[in-house]
Design a protein around this ligand. Structure first.
Ligand code: CLF
Ligand code: SF4
Length: 484
């Protein structure tokens, strides 16, 4: 664990926000969360997927105990494995429930801000019920402060709802890509249900029926349900608004629309047939079209089935089987609680600082016609809600939409990090510029002269700062609107 990632060694937020000019300051707002019931806020407060704010501070881990699957999605090939690859279904080594429990305890002691254990594959957890539930049982027994999370295609969900409830699994994700079996027939090759294999529209209809039944059952059991939908241009992209409506009516808590990943080298049906994924703009448009209806998740990183760490980082290679089996698990609940208390203290400071920024912004804009020009800015961050990363170290940029009074997280862009030196540097820089070309600025803690000049020439301003993301973004917005 790095002190930065706990927030404990970060400069005090108060210090940061009072040492810089107040001009242009404003607020970030998540009106959805202010309306959310207190009890629900508590349940998601330390879940990095269910709470966008939490994902800056808390980590999750997955254990790969579920190899088999009962359906075949056209975007999945579990045979392909690459340690540098990050996408669902990909895993380096399978674990038994006992090995998985051992790994969780080792990680829990090394990353005390790891608060959630998810089982998400590499196949479908409910197509491997004994391994999945045995793992959850072991964790619930040995590490009771860790929240349990399950991700499934939903086919067997109605069957296992009682077991899920019994084990106190409070977060369940269903991947539901369509509510129209005709569209489903283009997404699924087959469905294996009750010892029989189905194809085409019939297969998609069975899957949908079970998914909706499962969604209802989760609602009745008061389990928070997130729906993941893979956006496939030309197949379900226009249809996702309808999916959004349907899942909302059936009690889903959160909707996560993810882009199709379909590189030919992954060997998936879509990869081999040339089906493309959506562009960042296409994805954002669909997410925006749904966002009036319910809470949307936009910070998903499409994790591997053995991912470890904050959502934006992948530490799975630090915890390979040969390494973690060598270590005696030292689960220290007191230490975990202390670290998490430190994070909560930092979050409270951050919240207060943001409220102050909002107040200052309101005072500044009192009587003035509110400027609503919306712009995007890219942020290099190691977490903690701060602009705190060197441009050259960023493996991804978080993208925020700023309108002068609100700063909204809208996504992230993965890039090859620039500080690799030598060969390929030019191509990397071009790749970064391409990835954030729709952003008016990039907010970083530091940057070298050469990349700064290149970004400037590409029309992307560089802002160097070490402060709360919302504050830097609003200051830039003000500068930008005054200049244009
Ligand atoms: Fe894992 Fe999924 Fe639980 Fe999160 S992931 S089982 S809800 S703990 Fe999160 Fe990863 Fe996106 Fe999933 S970023 S792929 S949404
Ligand atoms: Fe792959 Fe998951 Fe689809 Fe099964 S449900 S085929 S594991 S993506």
């Amino acid at each position: 664990m790095t002190p930065q990632s706990t927030g404990l060694a970060n400069p005090s937020v108060k210090e940061l926000t009072t040492t810089t000019s107040k001009s242009g300051c404003g607020c970030t707002g998540n009106s959805a969360s202010s309306e959310m019931e207190e009890s629900i806020l508590e349940r998601i407060a330390k879940h990095p997927c269910y709470s966008e704010e939490a994902h800056h501070h808390y980590a999750r881990m997955h254990v790969a105990v579920a190899p088999a699957c009962n359906i075949q999605c056209n975007y999945c090939n579990r045979k392909y494995d690459c340690a540098n690859e990050s996408r669902p279904g990909v895993v380096s080594e399978l674990l038994t429930p006992e090995e998985a429990a051992h790994k969780v305890l080792v990680v829990a002691s090394k990353i005390p801000q790891m608060t959630v254990l998810g089982i998400a594959g590499p196949g479908d957890p409910l197509a491997n019920p004994e391994k999945t539930f045995r793992t959850f049982e072991l964790i619930a027994d040995k590490a009771p402060d860790i929240k349990l999370c399950l991700s499934t295609n939903g086919l067997m969900l109605p069957e296992y709802i009682d077991r899920i409830k019994q084990l106190n699994i409070d977060h369940v994700t269903i991947t539901l890509n369509t509510v129209d079996p005709e569209i489903g027939a283009q997404i699924y090759s087959w469905v294996h249900y009750k010892r029989k294999r189905y194809k085409g529209v019939e297969a998609a209809r069975i899957l949908l029926e079970k998914q909706l039944e499962g969604l209802q059952a989760l609602k009745e059991a008061d389990i928070l349900c997130k729906v993941n939908s893979v956006m496939i241009p030309g197949i379900n992209d226009q249809h996702l608004v309808e999916v959004n409506k349907m899942i909302r009516q059936n009690g889903a808590f959160l909707h996560n629309i993810m882009p199709l990943i379909s590189a030919p080298e992954h060997g998936t049906h879509f990869g081999l047939t040339g089906q493309r994924g959506p562009t960042s703009t296409e994805l954002k448009t669909v997410q925006d079209n749904c966002s009036g209806n319910m809470k949307m998740m936009r910070h998903c990183r499409q994790c591997r089935a053995d991912a470890v760490g904050l959502l934006g980082e992948d530490r799975s290679q630090e915890f390979t089987k040969d390494k973690f089996m060598e270590e005696a698990p030292e689960y220290d609940l007191t230490n975990r609680q202390q670290v998490q208390e430190g994070i909560e203290k930092f979050r409270a400071e951050l919240k207060a600082a943001k409220e102050q920024i909002a107040l200052d912004n309101n005072t500044l804009n009192a009587g003035a016609v509110k400027e609503k020009t919306k712009i995007l800015v890219a942020v290099a961050t190691k977490g903690g809600g701060l602009v705190n990363q060197h441009f050259g170290h960023a493996k991804e940029f978080q993208v925020y939409e700023v309108d002068g009074s609100e700063v909204k997280y809208v996504g992230h862009r993965k890039v090859d990090h620039f500080c690799q030196g030598g060969y390929g540097e030019k191509a990397t820089m071009e790749n970064i510029i391409q990835a954030i070309s729709d952003c008016k600025a990039v907010l970083v803690s530091k940057i070298g002269e050469s990349p700064k000049e290149k970004l400037d020439n590409a029309g992307i301003k560089v802002v160097e700062s070490y402060d709360v993301i919302e504050k830097v973004a609003l200051e830039f917005h003000q500068e930008f609107t005054q200049e244009s």
